[in-house]
Design a protein around this ligand. Structure first.
Ligand SMILES: [Mn+2]
Length: 413
């Protein structure tokens, strides 16, 4: 870890590779996120484990939460690898793990460093490299794999799909480490760049489709179809290609989501939001079920700049979490997922430093109600809190914004 913070990224990778090899004969469980990048990460990491002689088991989760981590570490023995999530949760995971398993966290979200004999965090954010701009979790796994063997090149196209899945092409093309993976995929004849009005699009030969289209199918299956365990199909198609049955599932989910989102927009238009001074919020309860809890985030993203949304206020949505977690079983909780987004007008204020970002507000507000924040960015963030504490969360959120605005004004004077 220490070396990594100093920026010696590849030393860390070599170190981790050595460590993993020394676990020969043990079980490996890969815990991956259910969005496109998380699915690509699980896929690449499972190939790496296979290459090293392991037969990894995959567990797909929507959120890192102590209750879920507890279940996993109770059920599983051997090495546990978290990917595309967990960076911020290293301490919590280490505590729950209590020396039972060796744990690797291979993530590109903001992370906290940790000193532990059992938990190892590989996260470029700890070395000052933005995981939001230059390296997707899929690319990170690719580079990890690539450092160990050239075999990895076979899967370079999967890194490209993961990076596009996390919108790392939003400035016109992928950058940094993502670009390295892209270049290797091109050299291997897997991907072609096509230009569309100054925007690069990446054509994946294996799928006869653009990376963005493949990523959307992966999200449909993994995120919308989470409760139905369609993420397994998502991982499979990355190696086997599309089949009619899987495509049909994805299209049906797409339609279901469209219907549910449309109905919710109509409801919000007629009933409006609950409003605070700085926030506007709503609760979808179970109305999006059986779609996964990523839906409320996607929904916020979809509506944030619509006419009925106040562009100057934070947008907050809640969705009930199901009690049954596929691959894990029943969790004894009453949990609610919170998604926060900033409409474009507010986004500009946040990026200029005039208003506080969600990366600060959400961890603080969720902490105040004993909730748990994981993936947080300046203009988009999520957390899990206990059901019944939604209003308290919003009050805390309001209070933190007010305090921060006041401090900013004082600084200006
Ligand atoms: Mn990701």
């Amino acid at each position: 870890m220490e070396e990594f913070i100093d920026g010696r990224f590849f030393d860390w990778v070599d170190d981790a590779a050595r460590k993993i090899k020394s676990f020969r004969g043990e079980n490996i469980t890969i815990v991956h996120h259910n969005d496109a990048d998380g699915i690509c990460s699980g896929a690449i990491l499972s190939k790496l484990c296979e290459y090293l002689g392991f037969s990894p088991k995959l567990i797909c989760i929507e959120k890192v939460h102590p209750a879920i981590v507890e279940k996993i570490h109770e059920k599983v023995d051997g090495v546990i690898m978290y990917t595309d999530l967990g960076g911020l949760a290293a301490k919590m995971i280490d505590k729950i793990n209590a020396g039972r398993s060796y744990v690797f966290i291979i993530d590109h979200h903001p992370a906290k460093p940790i000193k532990s004999d059992y938990v190892f965090v590989l996260d470029p954010e700890l070395g000052g490299i933005s995981g939001d701009m230059f390296i997707s979790a899929a690319t990170l796994n690719y580079i990890f794999f690539r450092r160990i063997t050239e075999e990895a090149k076979k899967y370079a196209y999967i890194a490209v799909i993961g990076a596009v899945g996390d919108y790392h092409d939003r400035s016109g093309g992928v950058l940094g480490f993502d670009r390295f993976a892209l270049q290797e995929a091109i050299n291997e004849g897997q991907v072609k760049i096509k230009l569309e009005q100054y925007m690069e699009r990446y054509y994946i030969n294996f799928f006869d489709e653009f990376a963005g289209v493949v990523a959307k199918y992966l999200t449909d299956l993994g995120a919308c179809g989470y409760e139905m365990e369609y993420y397994r199909d998502a991982v499979r198609i990355l190696f086997e290609g599309f089949d009619e049955k899987t495509l049909k599932k994805a299209r049906e989910l797409d339609k279901l989501r469209e219907e549910k989102f449309h109905a919710e927009i109509e409801r919000l238009k007629s009933e409006g939001f609950d409003e605070g001074e700085y926030t506007q919020w709503f609760h979808v309860g179970d109305r999006f079920s059986p779609l996964g809890v990523k839906s409320v985030g996607e929904f916020c993203q979809l509506i944030k700049d619509m006419m009925f949304v106040d562009g100057s206020k934070y947008l907050i949505g809640f969705q009930n979490m199901p009690k049954i977690i596929p691959d894990i079983g029943e969790i004894d909780w009453n949990a609610v997922k919170m998604s926060g987004r900033a409409p474009t007008q507010l986004e500009r204020m946040i990026l200029r430093g005039v208003a506080p970002g969600l990366d600060v507000l959400v961890p603080e507000a969720s902490g105040a109600v004993d909730g748990f924040a994981d993936a947080t960015h300046k203009i988009a963030a999520a957390c899990v809190i206990e059901r019944g504490k939604e209003e308290e969360f919003v009050e805390e959120f309001e209070r933190i914004v007010a305090k921060s605005m006041k401090n900013r004004k004082l600084e200006e004077q």
